[in-house]
Structure formats: structure tokens, C-alpha cells
Design a protein around this ligand. Sequence first.
Ligand SMILES: [Zn+2]
Length: 631
Amino acid sequence: MVPEGLMEDLDALKSDSRVLQIYAKYVRGLKKAGTLYTGCCPLHADSSPSFSVYPDMRWTCFSGPSCGSGNIFQLLERHLSIPFKEAVELVKKELGDPDSWQKDRVLVDSVFKPVAESKTYKVLPISKADEIAETLSNFPQAVHYLDNRGVSLETAKKFKIGFRQTIKFQDPKAADILDKGWVLFPYIDDDVVRQVKFRSLARKKPGGFQRSPGMETVLFNVNTIDPFDPVYLTSGEFDAMILEQAGFHAVSLMSDSHKPTPAQKDQLMQASMVVLAGDTDESGNGIMDKLWRELGNRAYKLSWPIGTKDANECFLKHCKRDNVLFRALVEELTTKAKSNPMPAVYSLQETLLSGEETTLSENPDRLRFPWASVDKMANILPGDILGIGSTNTGMAKTTLALQITMYNARKYGRCILNYQTEMRPSEIATMAAAQILRKDRNFLTNEDKKTAAAELQGVQYFVGCDPMLSDINAVLDLLEAGIRRLSPYAVVLDHFHHLTTGMDNEVRVQSAAMTRIKQIAETYKIVFINVGQPRKATQQSKGKQIHITDFKGSGAWGDASNAVLAIHRDLNKAEDPTQLKGVYEDKTLIKLLKGRSQGVGNSAAYLTFFGEFASFEQLESNYEEVPSEIN
Ligand SMILES: [Zn+2]
């Protein structure tokens, strides 16, 4: 019997791309052949390569039925005549620490499900790229342009770079340069063209970059990734090409705003290690630092020599176009990068230099609220914890958290991770549909759900619930894995007290959990929305507004939060029982109980609750100044 939990470990272990390095020890002449690796079979006298390893790290021998197929454990069992357990131990020993990336992939994908369907994108056949690339050498201005950036014609041909004198695009910023010559970069993966980027010979900005509409944002040159070698990740196509020209494997992000998807991170993690070698400017550093944290212990960050912007500039200016010199320098910088294992510390100088002077309320990264009055209450930034509480249970905290995060996902294109301790993902999806369509959640038809799904297409909103997890640390492990994999803007934990109350050591557990939540928020620069539960209403407290000390358990929940929003609704006093819609009135007071960075508005506001639409709304007709004793 394999103990519980170990099966997942073994699954992750046998599909870990680093297993190839163990295959290479026993499979003579193992080398890459398309998406496979082939070599001579160790299980029979093999002179022609009949042994293949697939991307999922399983193997097959094609010589006949006697060898068959299997995974790495089964190969070692048979080849070395050792029991299964010993084969597992051997693999573990060879790989050192289990690859947390692989383990997390299995874990996160099993719990977090997207609320929306993913978008479908246009692709082009590879022949299209060949066709575009064929004529490049006929355009001396293009060849000259590439040479100016250190890219030889031979390298350009390898990347199927093309040229068009005139392109047709709607962008008014490019209206005057449409016929001034454009270099074409095809983004190829799985033998299809997933994106074509256009770069003007005339200028960079404005309008000098265009991309094919309807096509995906993908990594450039992703087919180069090889499990035996490091991969370099750059901020531009030229940088990747220069590195490849010098004999490295290099891929590039599409733009400054390209955040790699989980699938793209999986592609990167196929390499023996990831060297983050982006631009040295603020946005380049920001993206690479974020990825560094997310990819974890197989990623390193390379710093170009001082005064050098990127790989391209390093090759041209620092190394004077000398490939040998450039190669040696990159090797040296890589060794240096490996001695710096994690981006835990910022230099004070760096922090001071990168600090842009914008007021907090104008900060484009702050959490936004769908109601103008609440939006002006507090400035909540990535790295902050926002607590959401209510006077009593049943005042729709889950709805409020869902509405705030849905708004950020739909209006600002932000990715959200919403973890529920009690609600199932299907219930959350129904609430979201009611909210979007403004239709009664109890009477949603299948047609309504389809309409809502269409509205949500491409929206990055993941909901997870694992009823087996009752320990706060296990949930935070899961959330951290989810953050590394999905790169959310904000995470919702709904709710904290469900996982931390009622224990003997409640105070200690809560305070340790809040310390860890703070650390997670700061490390990954995410907004952590922590839904909290009030104490059971006593006779005296019934109907009274909540105070920050009224939350269940210790004070840690409120103390560690950067801001706390509380929901208060009075008990329904309707005389006529037929008017009684719920226990509480629809009129809702939203109050900022705590805010380290107060906004420009009042710290309290009224909203109206529509239970059937799972929404809070700010109604002009219901507008009422919040009395100053409350405000
Ligand atoms: Zn064989």
C-alpha cells in the first residue's frame, strides 16, 4: 500500500522534466528529436536508437514487445534489477529536493477552477511563416536594420524573420508609417504560428509595434527550451536572438505587460533552470522579480553589467559584437546569478531610485471598488491585507468580496484567486452570473448561465474549495502555490475564522497565520482579502454596529490588516410581515474601521443590498449622507 499523499509525490516525481537527466545516464546517445528524446535502449542490445522518452517523461522501446514501455521507476527496476522502492529512492536522490513546481501544478490545478471559459485564438500554419521569411534577403534595408542590432542574416533566417514594406493596421498612431517598412517576428509553438509581431523600421513609439489581432500572447522562440540546458528569458526578441546566436537557449516575453500564463511557466520550467535576463529598467526588473518569486528555486536573475540595458546592448557595446567574448561574459554573469538564490532583499538605493512620486489615490495598481463612495475610502495596494467583516453573520460578506474582485477582474483585467472554506465553486459561479446579468439567482436558466459565461470569456477568475483542508497552514500552502502558478492580482480567503477558531491554542494559531498572510502578500505583491467572522451576537450587541475588536478569536485578524471594511445592516423592522424580505434591512452601511492609508472620501457610505442579484449597489435615490457620528 502506498500511503496517502505519496501517490501525488510520485506522480510529480515521475513527470518531472529533470528525470531526463537520469534517463541520459542509462540511455546511450539520448538526444532531442522533435518533441521526443531518442537513444539506444538499455534493456536490449540496441544499435539503432529505438528508445524514446516523451514530454510526459514516459518511455517506449520500439524494437519489439519484450521491452515495452513505462516510467522512470519501471526502467530503473528492470535495468538495475532493483525493487520499486529502491528505484523511487534513487530518483529522489538524483533529483535532490522534489521539484515544488511540479507538485504545485498537480495541487493547484486540482483545486482551483476558472469561472470563465478560456478564449480561443487564431493560429496560422507554419508554411505562412516560411513564406514571409523567404523574401527577407531581398530587402537590404531590413537586413541592415537587423545587422544594426547585431542579428546576422543567418540568425534571422533561423527565426523565420520576415519583412513587409507596407502593412494595414487600424492604429491611428501608426497611420504615417504604415508604408515605411516593418520587420515581422513570428511566434511559433507546436508547429503553428501563434502570433506575429510587427516592428516599424521608422520608429518605436508611437505606434511602432503592432501585433496580429485575435492572436495569443505567447513566448517568442519557445521551441528552443531543452530539459538538459538552462533557458534565458529576455524582455525582447532581439535579446533572445543575440543569446541564441551565441549558443544559448533563449526565449522572450512579448512586451512589458506580458505576464506568462501557467502553461507558459510550465514551458519555461521544462528547462534545467530558468535564467531571468530581462531589461535592467524599472518595468523589466519588476516583471523579472515577480517571476523569480513565482518560479522559485530553479530560477535565477541575471544582472547585465552596470550601464547596460539588455542582452542586445551588452553584445553590441560591451562586447563589441564578439560572440566568444559575449558567451564568456554571459556564462560568468550566470554563475554570479546562481550565487544569489532569492529576491528577498532590496537595496535601499534601488528602492529610493525606483520610487515614482504618485499620490496613493492615483496609483494605477490600487484595488478598485465598484461604488464611488467606497472607492474613495481607502487606498489598498499590492502587498496589503484588506479585512472584510460584518456585524453579524448573514450580512453578505461573500457577496461583497465577490463583487469587489469580479469588478477588478472584468474592468481592470486582473487575475483573482478566490478560496472558499464553505461555498462550492458552482454556488459562486451562480452568484457571479446573477451579479453580471442582474437576474434573480434563484431563477437562472441554462440560457442565462450561457450568457453570463460569454460575458466572462477570457476573464481570469479562479475559485477553489477543498473540503479536506481544515488546517490554516495547509490552506495557505495551497494559496501560495496558487499564487506562484496563476500570478493573481488579489487573493480572497473566505473565511479566515472558519480555519482558525475553536482550538485550544487559537490565539497563537491566528497570530502565526496572520504573520504568514502578511508575508505572502508582501512577497508576491498581491492584495490579500481576508474575510472574517464576527463573534456570536449577544443580546446586548444584537443590531449594534461592529467594532474592530468584535471579531472572533484574538485581535490578530484586525491588527495585521492594512484596512478593515465592515458591513452593517439593521434588523428588519417592517411592520407588515409580507414585506419582510430578509432578517436585515437592504440599506447597508459600509464602514472603514481601520485604514493605514485613508482615501480622499468619507470613511463610511450607504449601499443597497439586492440579495436576489447577489449585489450591493450605490443608488442615487437612496443617497444619504452618513451622519458624522458614524463617519
Ligand atoms: Zn529495448
